[in-house]
Design a protein around this ligand. Structure first.
Ligand code: CUA
Length: 152
């Protein structure tokens, strides 16, 4: 009799567990497209355009796309240079783990997720050297992970 009760409890747990997984998967599947993410194979970032050629692409007068790949522990392209007043449309992905992409002093703050491309645009109205930092702990070299944007 006692065994039956335990069996029932065990079975209930299993049902609840499967239910949670099912609901979770359903919730993920139902996420509305935001336009901020697009899928990419993190193992093939280096051969997937436009990330096979990381860096700046001039698309207009003082307007650029910047294709950035975060990896442990750095960013490709290493250094970007644009004239003052430029708008950069950042497209950022990771070739390994979750990283951050933050430019202190601006509102640029992206999570860099392997398998996803995150977008954000920013206009650099002030000249200067802007530091790009990783703000997600990603391993032993996390604190050395940085690049620079030079606006002049
Ligand atoms: Cu990359 Cu922390």
């Amino acid at each position: 009799r006692l065994e039956k009760i335990w069996l029932l409890i065990g079975f209930s747990m299993l049902v609840i567990f499967l239910g949670v997984i099912g609901v979770g998967a359903f919730a993920l599947g139902m996420q509305p497209p935001t336009g901020h993410h697009q899928a990419i194979d993190p193992d093939k970032v280096d051969e997937t355009p436009p990330f096979d050629r990381p860096g700046l692409e001039k698309i207009g007068e003082k307007e650029y796309n910047a294709y950035m790949v975060a990896y442990a522990f750095g960013y490709k392209q290493d250094k970007l240079e644009v004239p003052v007043g430029s708008t950069i449309h950042f497209q950022v992905t990771s070739s390994d783990v979750v990283h951050g992409f933050q430019i202190p002093g601006t509102n640029v703050n992206l999570m860099v997720v392997p398998g996803e491309v995150n977008h954000l645009s920013y206009t650099f109205k002030e000249p200067g050297e802007y530091l790009v930092l990783c703000n997600e702990y990603c391993g032993a070299g996390h604190e050395y992970m940085a690049t620079t944007i030079i606006v002049s």
